[in-house]
Design a protein around this ligand. Structure first.
Ligand code: FRU
Length: 500
């Protein structure tokens, strides 16, 4: 058996001209902080898509991301990098990877990270000559050196007949002495699969099995797999491309789903017996989420709060996209429960508590306005006919509706100030027992709505000018209590600006 990858022999970090150029560009073109969200991770400049390498290392939480610093559109993929101590204040680190080697010169695509004794290990997809291979880099939390024998995993390890044209987004983990890697692939019949490999040393990989397969009518490629234990529940998350809508499900084309399954407790066996795939988020903007296990035992998820069909931005912006707020995961009665990271409560500025609201028509409270808030609406009986207008002024509004008679909820951003004909309306089925609680979190250009303590989530972005800051409620015979917390934006920005 060959020995473990020897990180000691890897050359000293020497930034390549491509990496240097990206680092210099992002330093020179930083967007002023007050033009960006305050507590959602955003790139300081350029294009961002999938979260990558979500992990804890050296006392900080690291999030890398698909990144093209030079334009607000997708281009040759780099890995951008930010760190946080509380998952609320995100600080930019220099770009971590640039497409600068023969094995990744067409892009460093998505991947994951593992903290090891030798350093912070990144595994990513290197794209070259139209083919996709899995590659390795190791670093100290700031600078990363690519393994000299990359790629570590390529076509030769694939089962007979499989192609490496769509073979990407490795998820890496270690169990006892064995490394495991799960990746998305399009099989020879053009069906999406997540396949599993094992290795004793990170270099020599053996194909193990198909972890998950979708029939070709729904999801021809499964992107960005994540495999983990949630409490005692084995869980697989992935993002199937090209899905067809079914009822109120899977309206986003490219969707993200979770699949609870049966697997050996410690993720050791290669068999995953899948249950039904369920949608992760019902808003207009959500894709390619990743999870990590925090040191205190919480499993936390972050997704790309955007969509491939409509990556909304206004023409004046030189940056795109935000990540969702980190979400704490749990599993109850077959459902994934997602709650906003609890550290948000440390950043409240003012709190307004309004009891016994009886809504019959429209309602506004002059203390309740703004674009940075965390608001909880508690209904005394399941909401029947309720409308919430956010980010409003005479010309703008984004509307969330509960229509119990039709059995659905709806996000409508038709009047949010979009400059192009993007998808504006998304419907979602009403939870079985109706809606008794809504938690609405807004951070300048995004709205995340957590329904019934995280039973469902709807994430949506909106390019509405910041002056549109009114909140208006409408309804017939609805009884409710509201807790409205404004966020301490100045303090958040002050912390963010501090150099590490
Ligand atoms: C998902 C994805 C990944 C790929 C990356 C490229 O959004 O298509 O499969 O690695 O984006 O940027």
């Amino acid at each position: 058996m060959t020995s473990e990858v020897n990180f000691e022999t890897m050359t000293e970090f020497q930034p390549t001209p491509e990496l240097n150029q990206a680092r210099q560009f992002e330093t020179e073109h930083r967007t002023p902080a007050d033009q960006q969200p305050a507590f959602h991770l955003t790139p300081a400049v350029g294009w961002m898509n999938d979260p990558n390498g979500f992990s804890s290392y050296n006392g900080q939480v690291h999030l890398f991301y698909q990144y093209h610093p030079y334009a607000n559109q997708w281009g040759p993929m780099h890995w951008g990098h930010q760190v946080s101590e509380d998952l609320m204040v995100w600080k930019q680190k220099p770009a971590a990877l640039a497409p600068d080697q023969p094995f990744d010169k067409e892009g460093c695509f998505s991947g994951t990270a593992v903290s090891s004794e030798q350093g912070h290990v990144l595994v990513y997809t290197g794209c070259a000559h139209g083919k996709q291979n899995q590659c390795l880099a190791i670093g100290d939390g700031k600078n990363y050196v690519k393994f000299d024998a990359n790629p570590i995993l390529s076509k030769s390890a694939l089962p007979q007949g499989y192609s490496d044209v769509d073979f990407r987004d490795p998820k890496l983990w270690k169990t006892k002495e064995t490394w495991y890697l799960a990746a998305g692939i399009r099989n020879p019949e053009k069906k999406g699969e997540v396949i599993l490999f094992s290795s004793p040393n990170l270099k020599d990989w053996t194909y193990e099995s198909i972890l998950l397969s979708f029939d070709g009518t729904n999801g021809q490629m499964l992107e960005c797999p994540d495999v983990f234990m949630l409490e005692d529940q084995p869980m697989l998350i992935c993002s199937p491309q090209n899905m067809h809508a079914q009822g109120y499900e899977f309206h986003n084309g490219h969707n993200s789903v979770y699949v609870p399954g049966h697997l050996n407790q410690s993720l050791e066996t290669s068999q995953f017996f899948q249950n039904e795939a369920r949608q992760l988020d019902y808003g207009l903007d959500f894709y390619a989420p990743q999870t990590t296990l925090l040191e205190d035992g919480r499993r936390v998820l972050m997704g790309w709060m955007s969509s491939w069909s409509a990556p909304i931005l206004s023409s004046s912006q030189n940056w795109t996209s935000q990540m969702t707020l980190p979400r704490e995961l749990s599993f109850r009665q077959g459902r994934l429960i997602q709650k906003p990271i609890r550290e948000i409560e440390n950043w409240y500025k003012e709190t307004i508590h309004i009891e016994n609201i009886h809504l019959d028509g429209s309602y506004q409270d002059r203390r309740m306005s703004g674009r940075y808030f965390d608001m909880t609406i508690q209904f005394s009986k399941p909401a029947h006919n309720f409308v919430l207008d956010l980010a409003c002024d005479v010309a703008h509004k984004t509307t969330f509706t509960i229509d119990a008679a039709k059995g659905c909820m709806e996000m409508d951003r038709t009047y949010c100030g979009m400059e192009d004909d993007y998808v504006a309306v998304r419907k979602a089925v009403l939870p079985e027992n109706g809606v008794h609680e809504l938690r609405v979190i807004m951070d300048l250009y995004s709205i995340e709505i957590f329904v019934n303590e995280g039973e469902m989530v709807l994430s949506t972005v909106l390019p509405t000018p910041s002056q549109a800051d009114l909140i208006v409620l409408h309804g017939q015979d609805e009884e409710m209590t509201i807790d409205f917390h404004t966020m301490d934006v100045e303090k958040l920005r002050h912390e963010k600006a501090k150099v590490d």
